[in-house]
Design a protein around this ligand. Structure first.
Ligand code: SAM
Length: 444
């Protein structure tokens, strides 16, 4: 075991004795002692004030790297200790003085069984927080501690606890009482007439402050990136391969004549690729005034002449406004698409979830394919793994099956904050060498 992972390095000499006892019992995988010591709430997540070691870190770190001398009974005891600590409310994403969560330690030491226990704990926490109208913050502090949670991915951000992901119907979208009954009857009549009935989606009426601020920010297009006035990377050219593979997944064999909806124009990378497939319908939704200005500039490929080049009026169109409003219009007008891609910025996971739960069922053709930029929790592997599972469960709730396609990300120019691709960008929102590309289709 590396010196920095030794018990003497991790449990400091001046650590209060109450905390020291719990950490030592966890380190020695003494489940009986751990149970006895966890007599008050909060003890399972106590931390050495100097090293930030929690009992979960201790129980995992004590296992060290796998070796031939490993005692299988000790690994079992380690798992039981971790399990017991989690039962007593140990926090899965507390970071130590090396900016590692217990799961990060398990991953680094090559202990998948213990890593998986941490992932499962994170999934439970996120699902529970989702039910309680908010998600646990997935970003686990450390180098990005000053940032609000959820900005880890650069595009859609995770829930920051201020949003209500359980969707609240507003007066405008979910009529009540007699009015509602009248509308329901009207919908039934329409269905009986064989017309497509418009079901108003339930939309979250809370104003997302981060998104509103972003939509008011000044943007700069320069050297392969789009950056806001705070230096956040809105879109970056290194993501081109991810966009290419997303197009390949959404339009297998790329036959012409497909109906495409893209949400979030950014640098127009994916729209350029979509346009090359010669679609019969290509709709783009964009809300930022400066992106819209960029789109209508003479140098843009997506200006007036592009719109006029469509096979019929309105077939190629930039919809100006927030998708939350435009999608209602598209539903009302009966638009249906073969491929839908979602990649916004400054919004949290609750918005993405709302999109696929409330809008995809009405907008996607029954044989269509839906994809989104998957940057959820991408500043830390364990967060990425947890959000993969959480979103998979929510997609299933929405009637969607997801196939994850792993893509290699070349990290040469992405390895260090402020350097390479990150030069001039405030925060390194991507840290992983694998991108998990979601390919979603209707279940059954
Ligand atoms: C990450 S960029 C999209 C990049 C794009 N996939 C590409 O290939 O260049 C996100 C875009 O979503 C837009 N956006 C953010 N919130 C939006 C909203 N609520 N409705 C519509 N567009 C939004 C942003 O202005 C930005 O242009």
């Amino acid at each position: 075991m590396a010196d920095s992972d030794s018990i003497s390095a991790r449990i400091s000499v001046d650590c209060p004795s109450e905390i020291q006892q719990v950490l030592t019992a966890a380190w020695s995988h003494d489940v009986g002692a751990v149970k006895k010591l966890l007599d008050t709430p909060g003890k399972a997540s106590c931390q050495d004030p100097k090293t930030g070691e929690t009992p979960l870190h201790a129980a995992i770190r004590a296992c060290g790297h796998p070796s031939e001398e490993d005692d299988p009974e000790d690994l079992e005891a380690a798992k039981k200790t971790v399990y017991e600590l989690l039962l007593w409310g140990a926090i899965w994403n507390d970071v130590d003085d090396h900016n590692e969560t217990p799961g990060c330690v398990a991953q680094r030491l090559g202990r998948p069984e213990l890593y998986n226990l941490c992932v499962e704990a994170g999934v439970r926490a996120e699902m529970l927080f989702g039910l309680m109208d908010g998600y646990e913050e997935l970003s686990s502090g450390g180098e990005e501690e000053d940032e609000e949670m959820g900005e880890a991915n650069g595009h859609v951000v995770e829930e920051d606890g201020e949003e209500a992901p359980e969707l609240v119907a507003t007066d405008e979208t979910a009529p009540q009482g007699e009015e509602q009954q009248a509308e329901e009857e009207e919908e039934e009549d329409e269905e009986a007439d064989g017309q497509r009935a418009f079901q108003p989606p339930k939309i979250d009426s809370d104003v997302d402050v981060k998104s509103e601020n972003y939509l008011r920010s000044k943007l700069t297009y320069s050297d392969g990136k789009l950056v806001d006035d705070d230096g956040n990377g809105v879109m970056m050219a290194w993501e081109t391969d991810i966009m290419r593979q997303s197009v390949d997944a959404l339009l297998p064999d790329k036959p012409p004549g497909k109906r495409i909806l893209n949400i979030g124009f950014g640098m127009g990378i994916i729209d350029t690729m979509f346009a090359e497939t010669k679609p019969s319908k290509h709709h783009v939704i964009e809300a930022h005034p400066e992106v819209l200005e960029h789109i209508s500039s003479p140098a843009s490929k997506f200006g007036k002449s592009w719109e006029e080049s469509g096979p019929e009026a309105g077939a190629f169109k930039i919809y100006q406004g927030k998708w939350q409003e435009i999608c209602l219009q598209l539903l009302q007008e009966g638009h249906v698409y073969d491929a839908i891609y979602f990649d916004t910025f400054g919004e949290n996971y609750g918005q993405l979830r709302m999109f696929f739960t409330e809008f995809i069922p009405g907008l996607l053709d029954e044989n269509g394919i839906f994809g989104f930029f998957n940057g959820l929790g991408a500043d830390r592997k364990i967060c990425y793994d947890i959000y993969t599972k959480v979103s998979e469960m929510h997609l299933a709730d929405a009637g969607l099956d997801v196939d994850w396609k792993d893509i290699d990300v070349d990290m040469k120019e992405l390895a260090e904050a402020g350097k390479g691709e990150w030069e001039g960008v405030k925060r390194r929102y991507w840290t992983l060498d694998k991108y998990r590309l979601p390919v979603c289709t209707f279940l059954g």
